[in-house]
Design a binder for this molecule. Structure first.
Ligand code: FMN
Length: 463
């Protein structure tokens, strides 16, 4: 794949620092493909300590510039370290290192240019998901690296190919099909798909291969199957199947639990106790995408906040005839009778502050929550191209033009916090829907945590 001799096994990139040089270098050294997250990766001071990403500038625009420079420095140092770890194999053409970016991250194109410029010869390619990264192929081609679009439907790939990728066909390393119902992290569900009705990946990947063939892409260009892959003896009908062409498997959740995985110990231990149903596919991410994460106290808190929600009108219309008398000071909001009674009840329980959402609704929160939400919004450093939570946009006005949405959260803050040892119950813990298998798989009995090489060897046996 991508001109390298590799096991058909990839560790998918995991932001913000849940894959780094330690895990990716180990995957490459074991002959697989390691993927460094280039989404605000860590950099190090001369003594080897992680440099905390502190934002000093006063304006969001200037903090956004700080963010881009942290992101470039971080990804470059991760790539250099990973390469050094695996140089013995990589220099012989074995194993590979990719970097991963979220197309919707703030300054994605600038970060890619900055990183690829400074890592020439070290990186095989760029994997990129979320949104429609039309420019990915052009940027990759400019630096002579492969590109690996992550898509969740044949339709999305067709659009990308027609509009842009066909002009850089020689740099297409593989197409990653990510199952939008099962994979950890952000999920590519479109309006055409029902989050509650998962679809079998086989016909969807078959359709993707058909679109690739129509486009003149040879069957030797792999499709990387990502999402819900645990043991390969469950995928034997996919391997060497002429209908699908070359298939490679990507793992995201399972490699969270290795010795080299950079996530903190508490997160690793939590993985061993998860049960079926503990992963929630939800819509709270400020990117606007669905995403999958452990349904911990952090997510339950967001679910409860959204439940304490009422629709309002600025004037008395329809059944919105009742003036809200709690949470809103002297402002006039008309709600239904039932909602008035519900709002009074929440107020009595301590949820005394009503916050407006962009959808003409109000959510009721406790005063300390209101303060935290407003502080997080004020601290925004523009880590996404468009943020639902802060209303930042990387455009001329630096605004989405919509109200900041208090039903969402600051994704930069929480992902940085959890990966650097913050409370695993109070932060967003991305995870795939197979995570419950840790507790059931005998490989992990007695709390066994494999090295990356032991995991790769295990997967190669089919188990
Ligand atoms: C904690 C976590 C963080 C992730 N972050 C990213 C990310 O930043 N970018 C990305 O393209 N995919 C991300 N993913 C998806 C993985 O790269 C991979 O495709 C997916 O997890 C595969 O499905 P699985 O979870 O069933 O193994 C993440 C997954 C997890 C579990």
């Amino acid at each position: 794949m991508g001109g390298r001799e590799v096991w058909p096994l990839v560790e998918g990139g995991k932001g913000v620092a849940a894959t780094n040089h330690l895990s990716s270098g180990a995957w490459a050294l074991a002959g697989g493909v390691g993927t460094i997250s280039a989404v605000n990766a860590d950099s190090y001071d001369p003594t080897g300590r992680i440099i905390p990403q502190i934002y000093r500038a006063l304006s969001r625009r200037d903090r956004h510039e700080e963010l881009i420079s942290y992101a470039i420095d971080g990804a470059v140092s991760q790539v250099q370290r990973a390469y050094d770890m695996a140089a013995s194999e990589l220099s012989r053409g074995i194993g590979a290192l990719n970097i991963n970016v979220l197309w919707e991250m703030g300054g994605a194109q600038r970060v890619l240019h900055g990183v690829l410029e400074r890592t020439r010869g070290l990186v095989n390619g760029v994997t990129c998901g979320a949104g429609m990264p039309y420019k990915l192929s052009e940027i990759a081609g400019q630096y002579g690296v492969h590109y690996y679009p992550i898509i969740s439907s044949a339709r999305a790939f067709r659009a990308l190919w027609k509009r842009a990728y066909s002009r850089a066909a020689e740099w297409l390393g593989a197409v990653v099909y990510e199952d939008p119902w099962l994979a950890g992290g952000h999920n590519g569900l479109s309006n055409a798909e029902d989050p509650r009705v998962p679809q079998d990946p086989y016909p969807r990947v078959k359709e993707l291969r058909a679109v690739m063939r129509e486009s003149g892409i040879p069957d030797s260009t792999p499709i990387v199957m990502a999402g819900g892959v645990w043991r390969l003896d469950e995928w034997t009908d996919w391997i060497d199947n002429p209908e699908l062409g070359q298939i490679v498997f990507q793992f995201g959740t399972r490699p969270l639990l290795t010795q080299e995985s950079p996530i903190p110990e508490a997160w690793k231990q939590r993985l061993l106790t998860l049960e079926k149903g503990d992963i929630l596919l939800h819509k709270f991410s400020p990117t606007g995408f669905y995403s999958s994460a452990v349904r911990n106290a952090f997510l339950r808190h967001l679910e409860a906040r959204s439940e304490r929600q009422v629709a309002f009108s600025a004037t008395a219309t329809g059944d919105h005839q009742f003036l809200l008398d709690v949470g809103v000071g002297r402002k006039n909001y008309y709600v239904t009778r039932d909602d008035l009674l519900r709002a009074r009840q929440w107020h009595g329980l301590g949820f005394t502050e009503a916050l407006k959402t962009p959808d003409n609704t109000l959510v009721f929160v406790a005063p300390e929550d209101k303060a935290a939400i407003r502080q997080d919004q004020a601290d925004c450093m523009g880590c996404l191209s468009q943020c639902g939570f802060s209303s930042w946009a990387d455009n001329a006005t630096n605004s989405t033009g919509r109200l900041a949405d208090p039903r969402s959260f600051c994704i930069q803050k929480t992902l940085q916090d959890i990966v650097h040892g913050g409370d695993t119950e109070q932060n967003l813990m991305f995870g795939g829907h197979s995570a419950y298998r840790f507790a059931k798989d005998p490989f992990y009995s007695n709390g066994f945590v494999p090295t990356v090489r032991q995991l790769v060897d295990r997967i190669l046996t089919g188990a």
